[in-house]
Design a protein around this ligand. Structure first.
Ligand SMILES: [Zn+2]
Length: 342
């Protein structure tokens, strides 16, 4: 949001509290992105990754509030029909999606979704049920919080102060996120010193298994979507690697679960992690929708951008003001300017 006019216009949108922004930038609805659903005591074990989890209480309270405000919760299949103009909707919609395939989605999330009759999608990364997922974001947090220094690529990084911990976490996060499978596997065994057995054990503890996914696959509220084989930042891979990550993830899941997988979410999901090359390939594979991790509203003309739909993160760090900025389109304008669909 650089230029003077847009800055002042944004100020006006904020001052008028949604009256101007909602019709212009609120769109026809919103997609929310969650990861884990954890009670406060488990969520608070983390510092850097705390907001990866929403508490069951806050989830229930937010859904109830949105229902009271007349939002209709729909599945991604229904969204696809609406975008194709094959279905009308007279209220604004919300789609709830949960990324990666954590078991707590079922343990703590499902009872709320059932109680309030909320359709939801879990985007599963195959390495989660395959028992090979690198939970490096948690390992990195632990390493940074527990140590006073660490060595990365032959350089010693001091971790004495809170600021240093944050800076080192962010630096390493970006380097690990952007590595390919070969390099990441090396980082996991050499830097994090994780054995395949330990990795499998962690997956068994926190990820949904294929058996669990099979037992919920026909649940009337639940959609299972694809989230690649190994959760790598696709735009940072070679063309071949990128295609393999997306296509074999989909095919393996279809084979293991004997269902069709029609929806996709890009790992990490910013425009640095997925771009035109990825959007085109996802379209070639005939996914009905694909979602980013980029803030924005969905518009009636969003069918053309159905393979890169925006999503808002939903966690306990989202207060009332942020939530209403999402809903009334102020956040959309502030991030995307005058562009309606992305
Ligand atoms: Zn993810």
């Amino acid at each position: 949001m650089k230029n003077w006019f847009n800055q002042n216009f944004l100020g006006l949108l904020v001052k008028t509290n949604g009256i101007i922004s909602k019709p212009l930038f609120g769109g026809i609805g919103h997609i929310f992105m969650l990861h884990r659903v954890l009670p406060d005591e488990l969520r608070n074990e983390y510092t850097f990754n705390r907001d990866l989890a929403i508490t069951p209480e806050f989830l229930e309270q937010t859904i109830s509030q949105l229902k009271k405000e007349n939002y209709q919760f729909i599945s991604l299949d229904e969204l696809h029909l609406i975008l194709q103009k094959k279905r009308n909707i007279d209220q604004k919609f919300i789609c709830l999606t949960l990324d990666d395939g954590y078991r707590d989605n079922i343990t703590y999330g499902l009872p709320i979704f059932e109680k309030l009759e909320i359709p939801f999608t879990i985007f599963v990364t195959n390495s989660f049920p395959n028992g090979t997922a690198h939970f490096w974001w948690y390992w990195l947090e632990e390493k940074v919080n527990r140590n006073n220094e660490l060595i990365w690529k032959n350089k010693v990084h001091s971790l004495e102060s809170e600021e240093q911990k944050i800076a080192v976490y962010n630096l390493l996060r970006s380097e690990i996120k952007n590595s390919n499978l070969l390099n990441r596997t090396k980082i996991c065994s050499e830097f994090f010193e994780k054995t395949p057995e330990q990795i499998k054990q962690e997956c068994t503890e926190i990820a949904l298994s294929w058996d669990e996914l099979r037992s919920y696959k026909s649940h009337e509220l639940m959609t299972i979507g694809a989230h690649t084989m190994n959760h790598l930042s696709l735009a940072n891979l070679s063309g071949e690697e990128m295609k393999w990550e997306i296509e074999s993830g989909k095919l393996e899941m279809e084979e293991k679960l004997e269902i069709k997988i029609d929806h996709f979410a890009y790992p990490y999901g910013s425009f640095e992690d997925a771009g035109k090359r990825e959007f085109d390939f996802v379209r070639q594979l005939n996914f009905k929708t694909a979602t980013m991790n980029h803030p924005g509203s969905v518009f009636s003309g969003s069918y053309k951008s159905r393979t890169f739909l925006p999503r808002y993160p939903l966690g306990n760090n989202i207060n009332q003001e942020k939530l209403s900025n999402y809903l009334n389109g102020i956040q959309h304008f502030s991030t995307n300017g005058w562009k309606r669909a992305l």
